[in-house]
Every structure is written in structure tokens, then in C-alpha cells.
Design a protein around this ligand. Sequence first.
Ligand code: DGI
Ligand code: FE
Ligand code: FE
Length: 191
Amino acid sequence: MKTVEEYKKIIRPFLGDKRYEHSVCVCKSAGALAKKYGADVHKAEIAGILHDIMKDVPPEEQLKMMTRYDIVLSDVERSAQKLWHAMLGAAYLENELQITDRDILNAVRYHTTARENMTLLEKVLFIADFISDDRDYPGVEKMRRAAQISLEEAMVEGITFNILDLAGCYRPIHPDTISAYNQIILKYKQN
Ligand code: DGI
Ligand code: FE
Ligand code: FE
């Protein structure tokens, strides 16, 4: 595995200025959360810097690349273009950047939808993406407070935020998001 600085150079040509700055900020927030919650700081920073590597690739090109990596899309995935960069990103890291660490690959793969039974590193990246310094959406302060309380609290808030947001616009919700929501709600929010 290369250093964060080396990965910064690798992602730079793929990303616009804003998305590059976002990636640097998520690298930092992921490292901080990893330190706080006992995850591997180096892996968290690597996952953070790389997580949106495919985000600015034009959608038609993303589709072509996914075919190349034998990624088969479900109906929901096909309809939700925002989900592609996470699936494609993980495949790209594995096939082109020789990243072999399953936990890093899965953290990138599930950073948008979340899923059931997430590892510590997967949760760290999911939350880091929500609370990075560049974020300023309404509710970000609540999310930052939740991330200081516990990973579970932040996961509940983050997944619920996504579901409310998507349903509010009548967007399809990925089954991984639904199962992540049900699991964490049953575990932490039921009496
Ligand atoms: O890549 P980022 O912008 O940093 O953040 P992200 O990877 O979490 O992507 C967020 C976007 O993805 C946001 O516009 C909502 C969308 N999204 C997340 N989960 C789902 C989804 N869209 C659909 N249709 N279904 C989902 O389950
Ligand atoms: Fe993303
Ligand atoms: Fe992101």
C-alpha cells in the first residue's frame, strides 16, 4: 500500500477541485474517527482519500467501466446514478490500484448505501463522509455531535437522514440501506 500523499497524487487528475478538497477532508475526518474509536488510522485515511475516486467520471463512462469489471446492476442501482461511484470505485481500487485490503475495498463499496453488519472501518468511512470539514448541509452539526457520542448514534442519524432525504424526493432506496437501517434501529432504538 502506498502513502496518503502518493494516493493524493493518484486521485488528483480524476477529480474536480471541490471533490478533491472533499476527499482530503474525508481523509482527515476518517483518520480522526479511527483514532477516537480504535480503528486502523492508516487504513481509514487511505479509504477516505480514495472513497470518491470515480465520482467525477462521466456517467456513461462509469457504465462502460462497470461492464469491464463485470459489475451487474440491480434495477434500483441502475436507476440511482449516485450509487455507481461507490461500486465502481471499489472495483477500480482492486483492479487498477492493487488495493487488496478487503476492509478498505468494502468501506469504499458501502460508503454511500451502508449495509448490514458493517465493520468498524466501514462505519468510520460512512460517518467521516457525513461530517468532513467541507460539509455544510442543514443538520451537519447534529451529525458531528452524534459522531462525538458514539459510532452507533452517528450511524442511526446518518442512515435515517439518507432515508428521509430520499423518500422525501420519491427516490428509490437501496436494499442495503434498508437492511442497515432495520438492523441498527432494532439494536439501538427499540426498548
Ligand atoms: O459522494 P458524496 O457526495 O460525498 O456522498 P455519498 O457517496 O454518500 O453520495 C450521496 C448521494 O447518494 C446523495 O445524493 C444521495 C445518494 N444516495 C445515497 N443512498 C442512496 C442514494 N440514492 C438512491 N437513489 N438510493 C439510495 O439508497
Ligand atoms: Fe461518495
Ligand atoms: Fe464523499
